[in-house]
Write a protein that binds this ligand. Structure first.
Ligand code: B12
Length: 429
């Protein structure tokens, strides 16, 4: 065997060892239809609706929204700077209904990077300090013995490290150490697939940027741990965790090669499952779409280290009109059940077919004997209280299809079927 032969043999052997995760190319029309779901959001420029995740997803996708994108980023900048940097004592930030959370600030910084901007100057430095301060505060809440919990969650903790990393901002070893510890000690898989994937993306960025050299070995090992954890969660249909955690899981798995067998097959299977879910319209939520679009364009959040802002992206056409015939709405009955209060509540509610769970809750409230409250979030309205009972610290109102199947969507996106029973259960997390 000559030199070339030996080289090719070696390459083949290495190829078998280091597998890469690729998903099949999806039909461009299907991807465009997903992008079109984001178009109405690009016109909503009020503080209540602005969503940096949408901008990031679109910029890392194969489609663009033309000049709307520039206007959107401009609105994001005005809003985030006013709300985070406005003088605390003046009335300047009084029209900020709520200050952005740590994770929202991190997403905003990813949005800037998606436009190939580095945070800089006086204002930029203050945003960076703010995010670092948030992380320090979370680190304190977790505590020396790692027994506490972040005020937000480990998903936002990872997202914030990632955002600082892509802006080439160093994060202290002790801050990264908390996330490493959480991943290393997650033996009972308390962390969700989305959370583990986000941590993995943050670690991948740190590794690729040669940051935190003293933690290098632990970071590399943790990336391997995350990959294995995610691969183990693959369902018979092909999803990693559930359909909605699959986009971030794939972002992580596609972000670098991995040794061992099975990765390529697992990713092909996940790709096929995603294709089926695109065809049946499973992806409706703007945040979920924004996490998926990069994957369909073979991109990940780690690419924000050096984004390609010149890459050609096709212009999204206007969303096709809904041609479904409007016919007399069929009435369905959905039973609403709240056993965790006294006296327990259970009532059959009649609504039009195709109504959302939120429509059911509204109708129940109108009928009397039932009340609920929500809080806005990037993913939509989050159910915060039922019958006046507000979920406390580390508690939430769990949405289930009786008897015990957790819903995979929130109250605005989930559409119950006729005869279904929905349970609202106050649980700890
Ligand atoms: C952490 C988390 C939670 C925590 C949130 C509390 C907290 N203080 O952290 C808990 C465990 C309570 C939770 C609950 C639920 N969650 Co959750 N959650 C997440 C996770 C991992 C991160 C969210 C986050 O911090 N985002 C970053 C910040 C910057 O964005 P944000 O909008 O400001 O964040 C807030 C909202 O995301 C909100 N929130 C969290 N989950 C959900 C779900 C829905 C539908 C809504 C409207 C809001 C919401 O809590 C965040 C903190 O305030 C995401 C994963 C992901 N891929 O996005 C899943 C995720 C958003 N959750 C999901 C679901 C389904 C739920 C539940 C509906 C589950 C259920 N059957 O009850 C409930 C919500 C029920 C309700 N009362 O309305 C799905 C949503 C899928 C979809 N189609 O939209 C995701 C994508 C997970 C998944 N792969 O299945 N969640």
């Amino acid at each position: 065997m000559g030199n070339l032969g030996a080289f090719l043999f070696l390459l083949g052997a290495l190829g078998a060892l280091a597998q890469i995760c690729v998903i099949p190319q999806m039909d461009s029309q299907l991807v465009e239809r997903l992008g079109q779901h984001l178009l109405p959001w690009m016109d909503r420029l009020s503080q209540k609706h602005l969503n940096p995740s949408i901008y990031v997803g679109l910029r890392l996708s194969s489609f663009q929204a033309g000049t709307k994108e520039d206007l959107y980023l401009h609105s994001l900048k005005l809003d985030y700077q006013r709300c985070l940097l406005g003088p605390a004592t003046s009335n300047d930030n009084s029209d900020c209904q709520t200050k952005p959370s740590m994770g929202q600030l991190a997403l905003y910084m990813l949005a800037l990077r998606a436009n190939c901007e580095f945070v800089g100057g006086h204002k930029g430095d203050r945003l960076v300090s703010h995010l670092k301060w948030f992380l320090e505060d979370e680190k304190r809440a977790i505590g020396h013995n790692h027994k506490g919990h972040p005020h937000t969650n480990y998903y936002q903790y990872g997202l914030s490290i990632l955002a600082l990393c892509v802006h080439q901002k160093l994060v202290h070893d002790s801050v990264v150490g908390k996330l490493l510890y959480a991943v290393e000690h997650d033996h009972q898989d308390h962390l969700s697939v989305d959370t583990v994937a986000m941590a993995g993306l943050a670690f991948t960025c740190l590794e690729r940027s040669y940051f935190n050299p003293d933690l290098r070995q632990r970071i590399t090992t943790a990336i391997g741990t995350v990959r294995e954890k995610i691969l183990k969660t693959q369902t018979p249909e092909g999803y990693f965790g559930n359909v909605y955690s699959t986009p971030l899981a794939l972002q992580l798995l596609t972000s670098s090669p991995m040794s061992g067998v099975g990765l390529s097959t697992a990713c092909l299977k996940a790709g096929a499952a995603l294709l089926a879910s695109l065809q049946d319209g499973t992806f409706q939520n703007a945040v979920m779409i924004s996490q998926l679009l990069p994957v369909l364009n073979h991109k990940t959040y780690v690419d924000l280290i050096s984004p390609d802002c010149q890459a050609p992206r096709a212009l999204l056409g206007p969303a096709p009109e809904d041609l479904s015939l409007t016919h007399i709405p069929e009435v369905i009955s959905v039973t609403l059940k709240v056993p965790s209060i006294l006296p327990p509540y259970k009532q059959a509610i009649s609504v039009a077919a195709g109504s959302s769970l939120e429509d059911v809750l509204k109708k129940a409230q109108e009928l009397g004997g039932f009340t609920y409250g929500t809080q806005g979030s990037l993913s939509g309205p989050f159910l915060t209280s039922v019958m006046g009972k507000v979920a406390g610290d580390r508690e939430f109102w769990h949405l289930l299809q009786a008897p015990d199947t957790p819903l995979l969507q929130g109250i605005t996106d989930y559409r119950p079927q006729d005869g279904e029973t929905i349970e609202l259960r106050l649980v700890s997390w």
